[in-house]
Design a binder for this molecule. Structure first.
Ligand SMILES: [Mg+2]
Length: 366
């Protein structure tokens, strides 16, 4: 089997409510649909989310990267030749999410060709995952009301709370949330927005309310600040923006700054995400599947990866971002529903992607 063509289709999805975080507000998802075609008629699909503030990519730059570098390297090659594909990807710096999407689309083809779902192809640890819902930054009571409504409707019992704009409000929010939801998993994401002393105030409050961990409170380049937080907090720290690839994971772990590492399949595809899982397993570092603002297409891929591996299936996974978008590209039942706070992967071959042609023509922007 050979790759014959790669199609890249930019599409924009409006958000139900803009998601505010330290550093910005997400009002629309600007993603690219990647479709890898083969001479046997199989098509692998994945999405690449453009996040210029994290990865420096835009929809236009992703299309250009595929046209100029990655399609010439992949066309004519075996779609299961992941090692060769990554050797070609490594020739070009950055461009993380488009590389990730190409890798995932190739795995989709591999699963379809073998007649097995990707979660079995990758590891087959479990078939369902506990889902985390992400509450955007807001007034404490509004965040509590949002979390309560989500818990009521979907049975979700794990919440990530955006912090890092105002530490005093963050402290109040943590107490409000814990009072409203005494028995759920709570963690925060500072998106690198806090200085060390503000971070410690939020983490102290987090320790009091039994917060599970805190994600990236202090910027990766603030090494003294990260060291100070590490020295004085009893809350485990999770790396996200500081752990974008295996080399960065190695640095943060070696410096003792992270006790958990977030994995985004949109950022490291399946192959490099698996490398990070192995790297962390060797060091007894926990992994959490995190969201890159994925639409249902990206969540489907993350779901397969989550349940496939013991490390990622052991922690709640951020597979609920679609609850905050009003649109997607898949047929309505293509992403499994969240029932009792969990999502169960299907047994369809590959990723089980079923694109809705009408939705695609409505949201594509090319
Ligand atoms: Mg994060």
């Amino acid at each position: 089997m050979q790759i014959t063509r790669i199609d890249c289709i930019p599409f924009n999805l409006p958000m139900k409510n803009p998601v505010r975080y330290a550093g910005g507000t997400l009002t629309v998802s600007e993603h690219v649909l990647v479709q890898v075609h083969t001479d046997e008629g199989l098509i692998g699909s994945a999405e690449a989310p453009s996040r210029p503030f994290f990865y420096g990519e835009s929809q236009a730059s992703m299309l250009a990267a595929v046209r100029q570098w990655f399609a010439p390297a992949l066309v004519g090659q075996d779609p299961m030749g992941f090692e060769r594909a990554w050797a070609a990807f490594d020739q070009v710096e950055h461009n993380d999410t488009i590389k990730g999407a190409l890798d995932i689309a190739m795995h989709d083809i591999a699963g379809q060709a073998m007649g097995v779902p990707c979660h079995r192809l990758l590891g087959g640890w479990d078939t369902s995952a506990r889902v985390t819902y992400i509450c955007g930054y807001g007034a404490p009571q509004a965040m509590a009301d949002e979390a309560l409504a989500v818990r009521e409707r979907y049975g979700i019992d794990s919440f990530k709370l955006k912090v890092g704009v105002d530490a005093r409000q963050d402290v109040a929010m943590l107490h409000t949330l814990r009072q409203a939801l005494p028995d759920v998993t709570l963690y925060v994401d500072g998106n690198s927005g806090l200085n060390a002393s503000d971070a410690l105030r939020v983490l102290d409050a987090g320790y009091e309310i039994g917060m599970a961990w805190a994600e990236e409170p202090v910027h990766r380049d603030d090494r003294p600040g990260r060291a100070l937080v590490q020295k004085h907090t009893r809350v485990p720290i999770m790396g996200d923006e500081s752990c974008r690839n295996p080399a960065e994971v190695a640095r943060e772990v070696a410096d003792g700054f992270v006790q958990l590492v977030g994995i985004k399949t949109a950022r490291t595809g399946f192959r490099i995400s698996r490398n990070i899982v192995a790297q962390c397993a060797a060091l007894r570092i926990r992994n959490v599947i995190a969201s890159q603002g994925d639409s249902t297409l990206g969540i489907l891929a993350a779901l397969h990866f989550t349940v496939a591996h013991r490390a990622t299936a052991s922690q709640p996974a951020e597979l609920g971002f679609h609850l905050n978008t009003v649109a997607d590209l898949l047929e309505d039942d293509a992403l499994p529903p969240i029932v009792g706070g969990r999502m169960r992967a299907s047994e369809a071959p590959g990723l089980g992607v079923r694109l809705d042609a009408a939705k695609l023509s409505r949201y594509r922007v090319d």
